[in-house]
Design a protein around this ligand. Sequence first.
Ligand code: NAP
Length: 260
Amino acid sequence: MAKMMDMETKIGRRFEGEVAIVTASTQGIGFAIAERLGLEGASVVISSRKQKNVDEAVEKLKNKGIEVFGVVCHVSNAQHRKDLIQKTVDKYGKIDVIVSNAAVNPSVDPLLRTLEPILDKLWEINVKATVLLLQEAAPHLQKGSSIVIISSIAGYNPQPAMAMYGVTKTALLGLTKALATEMAPVTRVNAVAPGFVPTNFAAYITKDEDVKKVNEEKTLLGRLGTPKDMAAAAAFLASDDACYITGETLIVAGGLPSRL
Ligand code: NAP
């Protein structure tokens, strides 16, 4: 079994005094990223669609000694995006890090049979919401600030059962480059492309032992990824350790093939 990320013993304090917003962060990869940034000293602003999930996640992070603030934010709702940024600035006075993590995959239909409202929803949440959130945040971003966008290994080779989802993740590779150009030198913009990570989102992988095994065997490291693996990569890109890196996508997929 390949070595796994042991967060409790190996982390530093790279985000002391910084303010980090993570979208879609009440569970899964987003939660792990918020936890990691918080354990490294950031004040973290977590968010998702449901107040109950926000409250529960805030409680969990507080219990770990993290300075955390929760805001309900459905990323495709303009007022919610405005609130997320404004409430963060009202409470903490600035923004140093934004991790744009929200995505949906509402259909397993082939592309040529995917209905237009589904195509619109995929574009709206997986791609457009990041641009609109950053438009809202831009006036508040500090010099030396950093954006991390969560793409996917699926962006490199969109699979039949989630082709349009994969295409939106391919778009994020381009969006990362375009935003990095536009936001330099004040803000760096990078992306993480996770491989298979057993979360609710990817329940189809872990529900069935045979499917899980096939996906483990596709990796070079012989295992699925964990939210903590993704958090470690996102924290690296967001931190000053990556201060000469912008416009890049870090593939964190245990060696899965990843060419466009
Ligand atoms: P997850 O465990 O299912 O968590 C999803 C989170 O997003 C929840 O906190 C949910 O809370 C929130 N959420 C859902 N829709 C939202 C919306 N419209 N606006 C705001 N928050 C929303 O998912 P995950 O696996 O961690 O996925 C996170 C990211 O990683 C996604 O961008 C996904 O594409 C990417 N990714 C995942 C994998 C994988 O294998 N898991 C692989 C590659 C990339 P509420 O229900 O309260 O909104």
